[in-house]
Design a protein around this ligand. Structure first.
Ligand SMILES: [Zn+2]
Length: 451
């Protein structure tokens, strides 16, 4: 009975919450430019306090403050942790925006503004869910915690040390990371973890200076050398040839596949967006989705060497560089895979190629379908949308899950959330649909009741 009143309350108060979201989105919190971080952190702390949370800011060594808030209603009840970030991506190219990115606007059933989907809208949605419970029942049915950092969009360089130093306060029975998407037709989606990423620069240097290319008959060429090394990493079908690469990779379970079978994933739509004729692995949508989620990848993100400007320049370059990203599925860890890559190159005679791993620390992580936080999110979806959500075993991108379900030991999922597949994250015209904002809030409020 109470839950339907709470969901009704969400509907009634959504407009007011969207006004708060406008205020929040007016802060130009671009972490890449270190903009507006202190005032945004203070705004988030105040918002939490106004909504009944004990809230404070934690300084980080050399980074912006992390905001932490908690509402303990009853020590015997379960606790849900919600992770968010208050920073956003840069807004260039500015001339492609239909509205000022930092002067949010509601138009055509959508809320437009930088950060509304990624991820300021999710914090406001979660607070609206809390408000609705407080209005109807005096308090939410479970204990709640928030942790909101200010550097996610630049790879969370100071968040790991915060987590390691504050494991105790981050303890909970389940966590949600940022928010979740909706598919185009409105089905909500949750993900039970994320892939990790190993990003390395590979450098081949065969001389200290460039040479006239007439010496190429006897002088080594670093571009050829690097290409030969790269050819040993992957075959034409995308299969990675480094020995033992797949050893730790988690395999699909029958239950996971049952959820994926009912997915409305469409490869045709993606082909249309990108102008791609054919995907690797055929054209059966289920097989492609399985491949997309369960396959580790090895991608040449960029390759440079020698002369590529106008006209000709006959040069034998001294150096060639490639940037490679390896997406790792759960159970594959950066350090171990990096050691396998090193070993492989040495064994193939490419020990001279320098490997420079990036500082990215986002590891793969995923939990099982039977975790209570997953069950709560699925039941909440039935209350809010009258249907089960689309459930992916993990997201294909990297995210903060590892900090929670591996460092602190809190099972985490992505979702419920306010965005959809047309939200334009990191791009011009970021937007969310108002129906997804209301739906996501109801989903969250109902999930509280099921944890
Ligand atoms: Zn982002």
């Amino acid at each position: 009975m109470a839950l339907s009143d709470v969901l009704g309350r969400v509907e009634a108060d959504a407009e007011k919450a969207l006004e708060t979201l406008k205020e929040y989105c007016r802060f130009p919190t671009i972490s890449a430019h270190k903009r507006a971080q202190p005032e945004t952190a203070a705004f988030v702390r105040r918002l939490l306090a106004e909504n009944g949370f004990e809230a404070r800011e934690y300084p980080t060594e050399g980074g912006p403050n992390v905001v932490f808030g908690q509402m303990i209603v009853d020590e015997r009840k379960p606790t849900l942790m919600m992770y968010q970030h208050y920073d956003v991506q840069p807004v260039d190219p500015l001339n492609e925006w239909k509205h000022d990115p930092f002067d949010p606007t509601i138009q055509d059933g959508k809320f437009w503004g930088r950060g509304c989907g990624d991820t300021k809208g999710n914090l406001i949605m979660q607070l609206l869910a809390v408000q609705a419970w407080r209005a109807v029942e005096g308090r939410p049915p479970i204990n709640l915690k928030f942790v909101v950092e200010g550097e996610e969009e630049v790879g969370s360089p100071h968040f790991a040390s915060f987590v390691h130093a504050n494991k105790e306060i981050l303890k909970a029975d389940g966590a949600t990371i940022e928010g979740g998407d909706h598919l185009h037709e409105g089905t909500p989606k949750i993900e039970l973890g994320c892939k990790g990423i190993l990003y390395v620069e590979m450098v081949s240097r065969t001389a200290s200076v460039d040479q006239h290319s007439s010496y190429a008959a006897i002088a080594p060429n670093p571009a050829w050398r690097l290409m030969h090394a790269l050819m040993t990493l992957r075959d034409a079908k995308g299969r990675i040839k480094i020995p033992g690469w797949y050893e730790d990779a988690r395999r699909p379970t029958a239950r996971e596949l049952r959820f994926l079978k009912s997915s409305v994933f469409s490869s045709q739509a993606l082909k249309g967006f990108w102008g791609v004729k054919e995907f690797i692995g055929g054209d059966n949508d289920f097989e492609l989705l399985k491949h997309l989620i369960y396959s580790p990848t090895c991608t040449i993100c960029g390759f440079v060497s020698g002369y590529i400007e106008q006209g000709t320049k006959t040069v034998n370059p001294a150096v060639a560089k490639a940037k490679i990203d390896f997406r790792l599925v759960p159970n594959m860890k950066q350090e171990k895979q990096l050691a396998k890559l090193r070993e492989h190159l040495k064994a193939k005679g490419f020990g001279d190629i320098e490997l420079l791993p990036a500082a990215e620390k986002l590891e793969s992580a995923a939990i099982s379908l039977s975790a209570r936080v997953v069950k709560a999110a699925i039941k909440g979806s039935v209350d809010a949308y009258s249907r089960e959500p689309e459930v992916w075993p993990w997201s294909i991108g990297a995210s903060a899950h590892g900090f929670f379900n591996e460092v602190v030991g809190v099972p985490s999922i992505s979702g419920p959330g306010v965005s959809y597949d047309g939200s334009n994250f990191h791009a011009p015209n970021e937007n969310i649909r108002l129906t997804d904002f209301v739906g996501g809030t109801k989903h969250m409020a109902a999930m509280f009741a099921h944890l």
